[in-house]
Design a protein. Structure first.
Length: 281
């Protein structure tokens, strides 16, 4: 089955060519069923099979095996190309349904792009023409519109939903990223899934730990500090990222941090690929 990503690698030739390309996506094998009918949920079955089969309990990915058997992933990429909350809003009637779609789309696009280039040691090694980086190239298609990973993360997820827990749900295929979930995010369970992702990430010692009078945190809390402080919500504007993460820590740990008020340092981010084979899973 042809990959939807490959369909858009060339230049778009104006409105007529764009329309023809979208039509080709919509009538591609498997695309009609992916769209569903008004009132039906978007179908995550193919993506669920990918996650269950190729993601380890630790959240790493068996890329070599997935590259040998990409059928379900390619089928889901075609679904994303044909349908999104923007062009089929009736399939995503709630903010939770829309948010779940975009989290899943981000993670699936990352998987697909890495699999296409595999073997590779890091997503930072992936550049596409003119030196454009992995996160910025708009070579992906969602609902007939070309997007980049940055478009999804910053232009859609952060801007439209303003929920800092997205930073624990989206996975950039790197060792220091939050682990990739082994099931799709879904509207009906999204709140619980996001809370679980936040607790799992914050609860891991390599992401949040104290040594002496220093609290070491993942770079994620530095890069997106504004997202976390906004949600922490101190009336006088004095909230920090630490105030946000305290709600997800064990009570004893949180009490110690409140009492000792350690200084904060951010550890270096490990951009090596979250490859289960390399890491012995």
């Amino acid at each position: 089955m042809a990959s939807a990503l490959k369909i858009v690698k060339g230049k778009l030739g104006g409105p007529m060519a764009a329309g023809a390309a979208l039509l080709a996506l919509l009538v591609a094998p498997g695309a009609a069923g992916a769209q569903g009918r008004p009132g039906e949920d978007f179908d995550y079955a193919a993506y669920a099979r990918v996650l269950e089969t190729y993601v380890t309990p630790e959240g790493r990915v068996r890329y070599a095996a997935l590259k040998q058997n990409p059928g379900d992933l390619n089928a889901f990429i075609q679904q994303l190309a044909a349908v999104s909350p923007e062009n089929r809003p009736e399939l995503f009637p709630t903010p939770a349904a829309q948010m779940a779609y975009w989290i899943n789309a981000y993670n699936a696009f990352v998987l697909h792009t890495v699999v296409e280039a595999y073997p590779v040691e890091s997503v930072r090694d992936l550049k596409f023409g003119f030196g454009l980086l992995f996160f910025k190239r708009d070579r992906l298609v969602a609902g007939g519109r070309r997007v980049s990973l940055d478009d999804i993360e910053h232009g859609i997820l952060r801007r439209q939903f303003a929920d800092p827990r997205i930073h624990f749900a989206i996975n950039c295929a790197s060792a220091s990223c939050p682990p990739l979930a082994r099931q799709p995010y879904r509207a009906e369970t999204l709140e619980a899934q996001l809370d679980q992702a936040a607790r799992a990430f914050i609860g891991r010692e390599e992401n949040v730990w104290m040594r002496g009078d220093v609290l070491f945190l993942s770079k994620i809390f530095e890069w997106y500090e504004e997202d976390f402080t906004r949600r922490a919500g101190a009336a006088d504007g004095s909230a920090t990222a630490v105030d946000y993460l305290l709600r997800y820590l064990p009570a004893e740990t949180a009490a110690r941090i409140r009492q000792e008020k350690p200084r904060v340092e951010f550890y270096n981010y490990d951009w090596s690929l979250n490859d289960a084979t390399v890491r012995g899973d």
